[in-house]
Design a protein around this ligand. Sequence first.
Ligand code: BDR
Ligand code: CA
Length: 309
Amino acid sequence: MEKVILDVDTGIDDALAILLALESKQLDVLGITAVNGNVPLDYVMRNSKKVLKHMGNDEINVFRGASHPILKESFHEFRVHGADGLGGALQDIEVDETEPGIFAPDFIIEQVQKYPGEVTLIMVGPLTNLALALRKEPRLSKWVKQVVVMGGLISEGGQGNVLPTSEFNMFADAEAAKIVFHSGSPVKLVSLDVTMKTFLTKEHVEWLHGTKYYDFIKESTEIYRALSEQKIGINGCALHDPLTVGVVLDPTLVTTAKYFVDVETKSDLSYGQTICDFKNLWNQTPNVEICLTVDHERFITLFLDRVKR
Ligand code: BDR
Ligand code: CA
């Protein structure tokens, strides 16, 4: 089984990514690392633990990570994920406050060093934890098997979800993203223009009726689906983070190519923009494997099949 660490800012679609990762029964999840992002870190810790408890999974630890971006102020997405970050779902679940006494970036370093060439990092929040880990132990970039990141915007004409140019995870900590992209780590980027092709629609949710996670998925995605219906006319929840897990489960779901990608950190207009040098005008060595297309039907089928328990 592939060894992975799942770095989350839970978040509705992060919760679905946790479901997919664990229910796939195909991944050896060494731990979940929490980062400030969609909601403040305390909420991320609580939400991640709630999801695990709801799944009946008490073996996986949630590690507390960065509570703030590297340089900028925190930016949260309550509008999309609700006041609690889970769209109001799992309110009755109480979780205990005990935590493993190790900081998430240190846990990442420890595990990747323990299993060199074997650990895949699945990063579905701002990249602060990994950036801190790489600053502390730069050899991490040589030891890690791959880093699969949900973030950025690659295709021409694509629109961001925070700024016209910028996707949330990059915008939430562009300095961290820059550190990761320049680290020499083998990065695969599952960008917003690709994840926006994968929607969990109202019909998909209803298809899950009668299964263990139906109530949770229905309730947690309700506000997300309503917002998306209002904005783009689709009653659906974009599966950004689950697709990123999906790419690890089955890399053939996407086509990819390697280019030099950098992140804008200076501009107010386009902070967090990912810039892909398709024509190699900067004459740099390619550092990021970007996703070009996704077989969205095959992915949705995989997602529903794995979480339908
Ligand atoms: C990303 O930002 C968050 O709101 C989602 O959880 C996802 O990781 C999409 O831009
Ligand atoms: Ca996320």
